[in-house]
Ligand binder design. Structure first.
Ligand code: C2O
Ligand code: CU
Ligand code: CU
Length: 507
C-alpha cells in the first residue's frame, strides 16, 4: 500500500465521535465490497481470518542468548561500536526465507551492555535503500541531538556517530530502535530493535541469578515467508502479528535446576501487543522497571507489559517440571473485527530438573533508594483522542493529542530544564494508549478511572506508562537536558498517524 499522509477531509469536524467510529467499524466486515476502500493488498480476505493461515514456527529450541555488541575500544570507560541497519534474510519457519531489516545482520539487534559512567560512541550506518532512519535510545538520558529524533534523519547510505555519557545512577533496561518520520512502525516490525542494558557499578542482585534479556517481538508471516504490509486494521489497532517471539524464537526452552532463581529483563518490543503475563507454577518478584531497580522487591501474580515497557523480575523455580511463561487475557480496546486471541499463548518454557541447583543467596530486602520527584511547579494536561476521516475514496484513522496531529515543524510544549512538572494524561479514546516521553524517566503518582483514584503499587522510574481507555494518569517528570524531545503513544502505528508531540526543553 502506498503510504498516505493523515487526511484532513471535510468530514474531520464530524469525525471525532464514537458513534461515527462505530458506524465505520460495523462496515468493516463488508469492506471488500466498499468502493475505493484500500485494503492494502488484502482484498478478498476477511480480516478476522488472517490468523487461520498463520505459518507454523518451530518451538522448543534452546533459548539463544542475544548476540553481544562487541566493544571495539580498549580504553576503560569507553564503549565504541558500530551498528549497521540493512536488509537481511531470516529463517523463522522451515524452508522459508523472510526478508527483514536487521542491525548487524540480526533481529533483535545485538545486545548492548555498558556501565554507568561509560562514554558511548556508536557509529551508525544506514544501508537501507531509499529509506532514511535514526537510532533512538529509548528511555536513556542522552542529549537531545544524540537521541535519534525524526528531525535528525540519517539518509539512506549515510553514516553518523551517536555519542553520549551514561550518568551515575542510570543503570536500567533500555532499548534502541529507529525513529524516522513516518517509517518507525514499519522499520521496527521488519526487525529493527535491540536491547541496551546499563549495568550498575554495584549491583545488589546476586550474580548467581544470572541476567537474561527476554525481548518480545511480534511476527506475521505470509505463506511465502514475507512480512505483509500493514492493513487498515493494523493502522487502527497497531500491528499485531501471528507469533510472539522471545529473542527471535517461538516458545524457546530454558533449563534450570530445582530451586534456581533467575533474573529476567522483560522487554515489550512489539508494535502493539499488550502482554499480560504470568509464570505457571513459579512465583515472580518485580525488582525493576523501565529505568532500573525498584526500592524493594514486590511480589506479583501477573504483570502487564504494554508496548515499549520493561520489567525486571526474579523468578524462583522451586518445583520440577515444565514451567511456562504464558499470556492472560487483557482487553485493551479493539476496533473492528479480528481481535487477536491474546490469552493462553506460551512464550517460554522453563524445564526445571529434579536435580537441585546450587544454593543461591536470597534477594536483598532493599535494592536502592528512589527519591520522589517532589512538588511540581508546572502542570500540563494531554488529552488523547481518535478521529476518523473519510472522503469518496478513502478512510483514515487519526490519533491526536490535545486535538492535534503530529507536526514536525511545531513545538507543542516548552519546558525548563531541571523543573519538575505534573503531567495529566487523559485518554478519551476507545483504546488503551501506552504513553512514552523521550530523554528522561518519570514517576507515576496516580491513576484515575470513573472518579476512582488509585496509587501505583510501588514507586518506580518509568519512561512508558499505559493509559487505559477512559483513564487519567498523573505523573511527575523532570527533563535535565535541553533540546527537543518527542512524547507519543508507543503503539507505533498510532505514533505514525499523529499521536505524538514535541517538547522543547530550554536551558
Ligand atoms: Cu521507543 Cu519515541 O520511542
Ligand atoms: Cu523513546
Ligand atoms: Cu495509541
Amino acid at each position: 500500500m502506498h503510504r498516505r499522509e493523515f487526511l484532513v477531509a471535510s468530514l474531520a469536524a464530524l469525525a471525532s465521535s464514537t458513534a461515527l467510529a462505530q458506524m465505520k467499524m460495523d462496515d468493516m466486515s463488508n469492506m471488500d465490497s466498499m468502493p475505493g476502500m484500500d485494503m492494502s493488498g488484502h482484498a478478498g480476505h476477511d480480516m478476522g481470518a488472517m490468523e487461520k493461515g498463520a505459518v507454523a514456527l518451530p518451538e522448543g529450541e534452546a533459548l539463544r542468548d542475544l548476540p553481544l555488541l562487541a566493544n571495539e575500544a580498549s580504553t576503560p570507560g569507553l564503549f565504541k561500536a558500530k551498528l549497521t541497519a540493512e536488509p537481511a534474510v531470516a529463517r523463522f519457519a522451515e524452508n522459508l526465507d523472510t526478508p527483514i531489516l536487521a542491525y548487524n545482520g540480526t533481529s533483535p539487534g545485538p545486545l548492548i551492555e555498558a556501565h554507568e559512567g561509560d562514554r558511548i560512541e556508536i557509529a551508525f550506518a544506514n544501508r537501507m535503500e531509499g529509506e532514511q532512519s535514526t537510532i533512538h535510545w529509548h528511555g536513556m538520558p542522552v542529549p537531545a541531538d544524540q537521541d535519534g529524533n525524526p528531525m535528525d534523519p540519517v539518509a539512506a547510505g549515510a553514516d553518523r556517530i551517536y555519542a553520549f555519557d551514561l550518568p551515575e545512577g542510570s543503570a536500567g533496561s533500555y532499548w534502541y530502535h529507529p525513529h524516522p518520520h513516518g517509517k518507525t512502525a514499519e522499520q521496527v516490525y521488519r526487525g529493527l530493535a535491540g536491547a541496551f542494558v546499563v549495568k550498575a557499578k554495584a549491583d545488589p542482585i546476586p550474580a548467581e541469578y544470572g541476567d537474561t534479556v527476554l525481548m518480545f517481538t511480534d511476527l506475521r508471516l505470509a505463506a511465502d515467508g514475507s512480512m505483509p504490509e500493514n492493513t487498515m486494521t493494523d493502522l487502527m489497532n497497531g500491528r499485531v502479528g501471528d507469533h510472539i517471539l522471545v529473542n527471535g524464537q517461538k516458545n524457546p526452552k530454558l533449563s534450570v535446576g530445582m530451586g534456581a532463581k533467575r533474573r529476567f529483563r522483560l522487554y515489550n518490543a512489539t508494535n502493539a501487543r499488550f502482554l499480560k503475563l504470568a509464570f505457571d507454577g513459579a512465583p515472580m518478584t518485580i525488582i525493576g522497571s523501565d529505568g532500573g531497580l525498584l526500592e524493594a522487591p514486590v511480589e506479583a501474580k501477573e504483570i502487564l507489559l504494554s508496548p515499549a515497557e520493561r520489567l525486571e523480575l526474579v523468578v524462583s523455580f522451586d518445583k520440577s517440571g515444565p514451567i511456562t511463561l504464558y499470556t492472560l487475557d487483557y482487553d485493551r480496546g479493539w476496533m473492528g473485527p479480528g481481535r487477536p486471541a491474546d490469552a493462553g499463548l506460551t512464550l517460554l518454557t522453563v524445564d526445571v530438573s529434579d536435580d537441585p541447583a546450587e544454593p543461591v543467596p536470597p534477594l536483598p530486602e532493599r535494592l536502592r533508594p528512589i527519591a520522589p520527584l517532589g512538588k511540581p511547579t508546572v502542570s500540563r494536561r494531554l488529552e488523547f483522542t481518535e478521529t476518523m476521516t473519510m472522503n469518496a475514496t478513502d478512510m483514515q484513522m487519526g490519533f491526536q493529542i490535545n486535538g492535534k496531529s503530529f507536526d514536525m515543524g511545531r513545538v507543542d510544549i516548552v519546558a525548563k530544564a531541571g523543573q519538575t512538572e505534573l503531567w495529566e494524561v487523559v485518554n478519551k479514546a476507545d483504546m488503551d494508549h501506552p504513553f512514552h516521553v523521550h530523554g528522561t524517566q518519570f514517576q507515576v503518582i496516580e491513576h484515575e478511572r470513573d472518579g476512582k483514584v488509585s496509587k501505583p503499587p510501588y514507586l518506580a522510574w518509568k519512561d512508558t506508562v499505559n493509559v487505559a481507555r477512559g483513564e487519567t494518569v498523573r505523573l511527575l517528570l523532570r527533563q535535565e537536558r535541553p533540546g527537543p524531545r518527542m512524547y507519543h503513544c508507543h503503539i507505533l502505528e498510532h505514533e505514525q498517524l499523529g499521536m505524538m508531540g514535541i517538547l522543547d526543553v530550554q536551558a
